[in-house]
Design a protein around this ligand. Sequence first.
Ligand SMILES: Cc1ncc(COP(=O)(O)O)c(C=O)c1O
Length: 386
Amino acid sequence: MPKKMNIPPLDLKREYIFAKKEIDKNIKGCLKNQHWILGEPVKELEAKVSKYLKARHAIGVASGTDALLIGLRALAIKLKNKEYFSKEDEIITTPFTFLATAETIVRSGATPVFADINPKSFNIEPENIKRAINKNTVGIIPVHLFGQSAQMDKISQIAKENNLFVLEDVAQAFGAESLGKKSGTIGECGAFSFFPSKNLGSYGDAGLIATEDDQLADVIKILRVHGQSGQYNAKYIGYNSRLDSMQAAVLLAKIKYIDKFNGLRIKIAQRYYDGLKDIKGIQLPNSGNKLQDAKYAHIYNLYTIKVNHYNRDEMLKFLNDAGIQARIYYPLALHKMEAFKTAKISESLANAEEASKTVLSIPISPFLKNREVDYIIENIRVFNHK
Ligand SMILES: Cc1ncc(COP(=O)(O)O)c(C=O)c1O
């Protein structure tokens, strides 16, 4: 056995060292200017993200959760002329995601309807969306889980045929693409998170909404500042949800490297694929795709394998004992949680339930060294021969 290593799920210290000069400079700029709320760095970041995504509007908010919630509220205002959706309004989404996706549907007044995932990509399956649609359905929230775009061509087509909105949950997929368009720019709006563990991560909470729609953009900008259309005059019940200058300054230093960072993640995914592909009973994410030409490109926010033939929890313990901080995303599908007991279930959610019992995410970050990747591969192989 190789000498024991300690490998965190994501090594942010190495990323900081790489971009330290620019990050420190930008933070010092904030200290000098003292414009903390929606200051110059926020405007600059919004312009940079809008250019990068080729999105007409990029609007910074306080978190990815707020991006989803404010996006939904703006859609209710635009499409229904109501501040909130009502309980009869159904929004179809995946039960295999972080809780914020469905939590914000409930907070926007609507009812989440869970449709099952594809067992290979872990993303919502378009055919299952189709069957979940009824006269009360108003929209779809696909999640680009683990960094891989959902099947946006099919989802957009279904939405068009049924007059539904699509809000993309892009929290885990900054820089991913679907059929040549950046994820988050295909639906009515895209909700991004800059939580520190995301591919483009801030040093606290931060998020952003992208949209092509001028009317939605106007409402979103009002909602993020307490619903004020003029100073101290509220048009809607809104939020204190501004992206602060310090977070924007950190993100500005990092955004210029996002394609490099995503490219490094793809290289690591390729190394995992080469080292693990012959092991029977382990399903790997589709690997080796080039960022630019893959149909549903993956930028590996997480490298999640599915352990079909082994005891997943035993494997998790084996890796953790070897110093490899593998994790489970997610151990419980949302429809199994008490908080979502009023959500609706469309048909069987067997794939999501199975995934929650068999998935395992192994460390991936741009600066993971080849010898660390090889150590992880070797340990998985040793476990496989036990
Ligand atoms: C799929 C998904 N949606 C939404 C969110 C919420 O983002 P935030 O943590 O920035 O509020 C996250 C973040 O963890 C996420 O992974």
